[in-house]
Design a protein around this ligand. Structure first.
Ligand code: FAD
Length: 548
């Protein structure tokens, strides 16, 4: 072999590590009441960090799903073929209960445990988390119609991935999708034109189109359509109780920027049969129960992406040298890595706090329900908004290698904007936070009570909270100012969590840069004197910590 083919200064693959060995995540898990789930989380973490799962994720994305509208004889079949590894990813997710399992688990902390697992397993491959998340989120909407919930909820919660086209209640486990967005609008679903006509037997005939319906191979879909009494939520099975196919035709699969392992379809309801969920005219109120939880998963998904980005960047910098020293020893690189790590830790902390609020709200805690409502709206806006810039910077830490598919960083980068688009794009999420405050003014008091738990601990946080009070006392041009207001709320919330629970170095860097304005616009602009060593060390993947 010629000498030019000697490989030096390349980084060993980051494999065989425990994705769950993340101090910020584990501390959040315990704090929010799911310490009992740690062993299973660590087991999933080792699987997620292993070569096999990494290969599942790589190939499931590399070979995206293919639509087969008709069979060889011209009959409609409306099937999607997935790479076999897609099914492995789904199977592990379902068997570990990342889908609707917490609804059948009475233990306090079940939703927190599931959030942590989602944060870990989502780092393997984010596309398949979409149907997993929709299955989780479908249950509260379905419960509006107890008769339907009695039949389907146990199957949605069952830890069995039973793929295939069969009558839903003959299967051992079910997956659910959500079908709202139409060509003329996704944010403004009240403009939906799909019609629902009573069929006379208690069911409805659904006719119309949906411009985005992800996971079209799901067993059940929750759909919005205009019934005689107004916009209404419906449940549509893909296979009807008599074994025939429901008239749901797949027109096209979207050719997407990222999220490529997952199929997102344009569909036509051609006289499909639907079962009403909730009263006519209450469609948005019903389906918002589902959207609230998919929004939680957007925050978790963004936190997972940031955590993965930091892990990869710190791992790379631990081994790669330039100008006579390892990158991790170069002062400017430590600034970039620490800044990325602070952002990821803030995202993980708030994601876990919100999962805890969901858990307690489900158990009947009304204040936690109010906190969930407002905290989720502000965090959906802010955490998801931070992800694309974070992914770009993490990718750049790997230099040109990060721009190459084999590094996995392009996949992370392509996925990053999605969490901010679906389930309420940035503006819509920011406006939703304003709506929460207007409709439930008590939620503002609950939000500030949460911030006050850290009162007096850091002068910069105190000042940020005082500014926030002032900002919210003046409602002039509040729609125009929505992003500023909501950003300030999200930062104050993250700051209060880090000051109370985070390590001093992370909390100090966050307060200095995000609350006190001692930073530039880009990542890597933390102030001099920041304890970057402690921050980066905490963010190191477990195996790199051992080898360093
Ligand atoms: C990969 C992918 C998968 C998807 N899967 C599904 C699915 O399974 N089911 C489903 O129902 N949908 C799905 N969607 C659709 C998604 O939820 C919508 O794209 C999203 O809600 C935005 O709707 P829209 O595309 O119609 O944009 P629009 O509603 O046209 O919004 C365009 C822009 O205008 C902004 N905007 C809207 N209203 C206001 C306002 N009042 N003030 C200021 N700004 C405003 C928005 O924030 C956005 O930036 C998916 C989308 C993608 C990309």
């Amino acid at each position: 072999m010629p000498a030019t083919h000697q490989v030096t200064n390349q980084v060993p693959p980051l494999t065989g590590y425990d994705v769950a060995a993340d101090p910020a995540l584990l501390e959040g898990l315990r704090r929010e009441g799911a310490g009992w789930a740690e062993d299973e989380l660590r087991e999933l973490g080792r699987l997620a960090g292993g070569e096999q799962a990494q290969e599942w994720g790589r190939l499931a994305e590399r070979y995206p799903p293919v639509l087969r509208t008709h069979d060889r004889y011209g009959h409609r079949i409306d099937e999607v073929d997935f790479h076999p590894y897609w099914h492995d990813l789904m199977r592990v997710a379902v068997e570990h209960g990342l889908h609707a399992a917490p609804w059948a688990d009475g233990r306090p902390g079940a939703h927190v445990a599931r959030a942590a697992q989602n944060l870990v397993w989502g780092q393997v491959e984010p596309g398949h988390i979409c149907p997993i998340s929709m299955t989780y989120a479908a249950v509260p909407a379905l419960r509006v119609e107890p008769g339907l919930a009695a039949v389907y909820e146990p199957l949605l919660a069952a830890p069995v991935y039973d793929y295939g086209l069969r009558i839903p209640d003959t299967k051992r486990g079910l997956i659910a999708g959500m079908s709202m967005t139409e060509k003329q609008g996704g944010s403004d679903v009240r403009a939906n034109t799909t019609r629902a006509t009573p069929a006379g037997d208690g069911t409805y005939t659904i006719t119309g189109h949906k411009w985005f319906t992800s996971a079209p191979m799901s067993d059940l879909f929750l759909t919005l359509a205009q019934a005689p009494g107004g916009l209404t939520c419906f449940l549509l099975p893909r296979v009807l109780p008599d074994g025939s196919r429901n008239a749901i035709h797949l027109q096209r699969l979207k050719d997407k920027l990222g999220n490529r392992s997952n199929a997102s379809a344009e569909i036509e309801y051609d006289g499909a049969r639907g079962w009403r969920v909730g009263d006519e005219g209450r469609g948005v109120r019903t389906i918002i129960r589902m959207v609230n939880l998919t929004r939680l998963d957007c925050v978790i998904g963004s936190a997972a992406g940031m955590r993965l980005g930091v892990t990869q960047a710190v791992h790379h910098a631990s081994y790669r040298s330039a100008f006579g020293a390892r990158l991790i020893e170069q002062p400017l690189m430590t600034n970039v890595l620490a800044d990325l790590a602070v952002e990821a830790e803030a995202a993980v902390a708030v994601a876990m706090r919100l999962a805890g609020a969901v858990d307690r709200a489900v158990a009947g805690d009304e204040r936690e329900d109010l906190f969930r409502r407002i905290g989720l709206a502000v965090s959906k806006y802010w955490v998801c908004k931070r992800a694309p810039g974070h992914a770009a910077e993490a990718l750049e830490c790997l230099g040109g290698n990060g721009y190459v598919e084999e590094s996995g960083m392009p996949r992370l980068y392509r996925e990053a904007p999605l969490m901010s688009i679906w389930e309420g794009s940035g503006n819509v999420s920011a406006l939703d936070a304003l709506r929460a405050m207007a409709n439930q003014p008590e939620s503002v008091e609950v939000f500030f009570a949460e911030l006050d738990l850290a009162a007096g601990a850091d002068a910069r946080l105190n000042a940020a909270v005082a500014r926030l009070h002032k900002e919210l006392s003046d409602l002039e041009h509040v729609q125009f100012r929505a992003r500023r207001v909501v950003e300030s709320m999200a930062l104050a919330l993250q700051g209060s969590l880090l000051v109370r629970h985070g390590p001093a170095a992370v909390a100090d860097a966050f307060c200095a840069s995000r609350l006190d304005g001692d930073r530039g616009v880009a990542f890597g602009t933390l102030p001099a004197g920041t304890n970057t060593g402690a921050i980066v060390d905490r963010a190191r993947p477990a195996d790199a910590r051992e080898r360093a």
